[in-house]
Structure formats: C-alpha cells, structure tokens
Design a protein around this ligand. Sequence first.
Ligand code: LLP
Length: 476
Amino acid sequence: MILTDLRTQNSGRQYLPQPTTERTSQSPNQELLPLTARVNSRDCLEIGGCDLITLVEQYGSPLYILDEFTLRTACRQYREGFKQYYSGESQVIYASKAWSCLAVCSIVVSEGLGFDVVSGGELYTTLQALEKMGLGEKAGEKIYFHGNNKAVDELEYAIAIGCTIIVDNWLELETLVKLCTMVHKNSIKIMLRLTPGIECHTHEYIRTGHLDSKFGFDPNQIEKVLAYVSQHEQLDFIGLHAHIGSQIFERQPHQDLAGVLVEWMKKAGECGLSVRELNIGGGLGICYTEADDPPSIEEWVKAAAQAVEKACQIHQLPLPKLIAEPGRSLIGSACVTAYTIGSRKEIPGIRTYVAIDGGMSDNPRPITYQSVYRTVVANRMSASCEEIVTIAGKHCESGDILIKDARLPQTQPGDILVVMATGAYNYSMASNYNRLPRPAAVVVNEGEANLILERETYEDLIRSDRLPTRLTNLSS
Ligand code: LLP
C-alpha cells in the first residue's frame, strides 16, 4: 500500500492509501497503515476488507483493529529473508511482549515462528495458544524464556515445559543448577544473555545493549560464566543471546553485534562449549510518522545474516542456528486504534484540544516515551486538513496527550479518529488507569472481522477486588 499524501501534509489532504498490485513486496514496517488499507466508496477507511466505521458501530470504541494479512506478511518476510540470506539453519521467534494474546500467538505460530516470553503469564498465554492449535507437544522447542529476575516458580514452569531458558545472571544460573539437582532429572537447555556494549540511537528506556544495562551478564565475566556452565552437567548449553534495543533504524549496530557474538562463540569453544544457536535479539524499527525511515525487514535480515556468516568465516567457526526475535516490526504496523471524538476546547491563540474516548490507558507510549503518532479521520478520508489540533485522552492527567499538533479536517463529536501503527506495545502495556475498561480488539481479513479480545466490563474491573472482613461484618 502506498500512501500518497504522506509527504504532502502541506497540500491539506489526509493520508490516502492507494491500492497496489504487488502488496507482498512491501515491507510492513515501512508503512504507516496496514498493507490492506484503502478508502472505500463511502469515503471511509477500510482495512482487511472491513469498513472501520462499521466495525466501531459493531464492536464499540475505542477498538484495536489488527490486519491479519500485514502480520502474516511480516512473519513471512523474516522467515524467507533468513532462508535467502543465511546458509545455516535459522528460526524467527516472536517477542510476545509486543502483544501477547491467544489470537496473535496462533497466527504467529501458524507462520512457523517460535516465541520469546518474559514471564509466567506470557508463557501461559503462548502455551494455551499452542495447545489450541494442536501444537502443545512442540511448546518446549518453540519457546525461549527470558527475564532479568525470573521467579523460581516461573523457572520451574519453563523447565516443566522444556523451554530453552535464556539465563540472565548468576543467581539464575545457580538456581537452575539447584532445581535440576533437587527436582528435575534431565539437564536444562540454556542460552546465556550477554550485554554486548553496543550503543544505538533510540530512546534511553528501550536501549539494552550498552554496558550500563540491567540485562544480561557483563562481558567482563564471560570466561567465568562459561567455565561455570562447562563444569555443571545439569546445564545443557546451547548458545548465546544479546539484544541491543528497540525501534532501531541503523543496520550497523546489528552487524557489530554479529561480530561481538561470534567472538564470544570462539571463547565458548575454548571452554569446551559449542554454540549451536546464536540469538541476535530484535529491535528493527517501524514507521510511526512519514519522517521515519527504517530499513525493510529484508534489508535488516540480509545485513544481520551476512554479518554473522562473515564473522564465522573469519573465525573459522561452523554456522550456528541463527535466531532473531523481533516484536515491533512484526506487529506494530499491522494494527490501528479507532477512537470516537468527543469534547473540544479552543484556547484562542494557544491551542485547540480535541478529546477522544481513550488515551494513556490504551496507548501509554506517548506519555512514557514521548512517542509520536499519525492519525486520520476515518469517516471522511478525502476531507482536507483545515486545522492543527492536540488530541487529548480522557484521563485525569494533563500529560494524557496522544498526539500534539495533528493536522486534521474540521472534526465533530462522533467522528472516528484512527491512530496508526498501534500493534506493538499498546495493548500489552495497556492499563485500567481511572478504571477504564480495556478496549476490545478484532482481527480483520478478507472482509471478515473476528473479535479476539473482548472489551472489559465494569464487573471485570472489580473482579479481583475484595473487602476486608471487618468491613463486610459491619454491613451485616
Ligand atoms: N528481545 C528482547 C530480549 C527484548 O527485550 C525485546 C524488547 C525484543 C526482543 C523485541 O524488540 P523489538 O523487535 O520489539 O524492538 N515498550 C517499549 C519497547 C520495549 C522493548 C522491550 N524489549 C516501546 O513501547 O517502545
């Protein structure tokens, strides 16, 4: 899908998606709207063959709308990219923290991807999805368990399933040895997460590869860690992992990472440990605005895969199974959020606020990372942009601003505002702040919409609430 008016904001038009015949050749992470976006004869935005206004009438507002075609296309581009540019074995695993729910996990696994999970809850969700897909028995080989402070019961859960555990620190290493000796008979598959000391230009909260990071073993300790692992037969060492950050637009950091990881592979070999799997993490960025210019999925895969091959050649090492674990670039551009416009406040000479029926509880990224989003009025797609307004959320918090200075047509209460590229880290970071029920989500494909997350109800909000017995007694 080519968006004609992306770079013509000054012409006064909203972003208009144009149909194209070669849809799969586009990289979803370089688009602002899902690949199936088009404007229909009612002048409304349509995604996956579904009219967004009709969807909101049917499922309510706010509403997350996930385009299955775009998600599947991104999965395939990663998978096929590795096949094309890497001579060894490869596996793409979905960083489920981007959006973990049964439907997303099911789509992703049906595309042959595995999973990165970081908590018992993500593990449980993924397992449930695999079981529903008849793939429960394969869970162990498909799931990699991450985290910088895994609880003992989370470790036990992951071990029972047979997942690979990506060990982050000494305490975890020692706990695993104890658990294996005392409870489990078989050895435990582990990878070691190391901090590579690579800086990348992204928000400081989503940078993880620099040395001052809470994640992973410090590289100064690598010899000691490898020696410890080689002395404990309870630990079945399968490889190394590093993740340098998120929303990255450069290729160089991952190429550098490949070099560093392969040098560590050599060190592991010197300790008698062979690296069968090398995990280069995720991190490829997406377009949130027309100014964003990430490499395509194919370009990123090519750069990373070739860098690993080259480094292995230099060090004369056999090619390991190469693993990448993207999140944002798989699902970010596949989803939009539809809101209904409500109140308006005009402050002459200062600013006009237009309020919507959601905000920081369904999309906490602007208030957390100052993230910028683009938006359209979906029920009047060809209307010209006549004003610049600030899109405010409905929370009791001045910082609850979804978009500053959005160029929009004149809006009225009841108009449907669609915010683009909300697939990653929106639903998964959503909260019930101000006791707002979390929105519903639908997946759309070829004209059909399916509810994948029900809208929470008021009863859901108090489901876990309990009164202290003293107060209950008083009332009886
Ligand atoms: N692997 C590991 C170990 C990670 O920590 C992450 C993301 C990923 C893979 C996936 O990275 P991606 O391909 O999505 O960039 N909430 C923040 C993003 C936090 C990223 C956390 N880790 C945001 O909304 O921007």
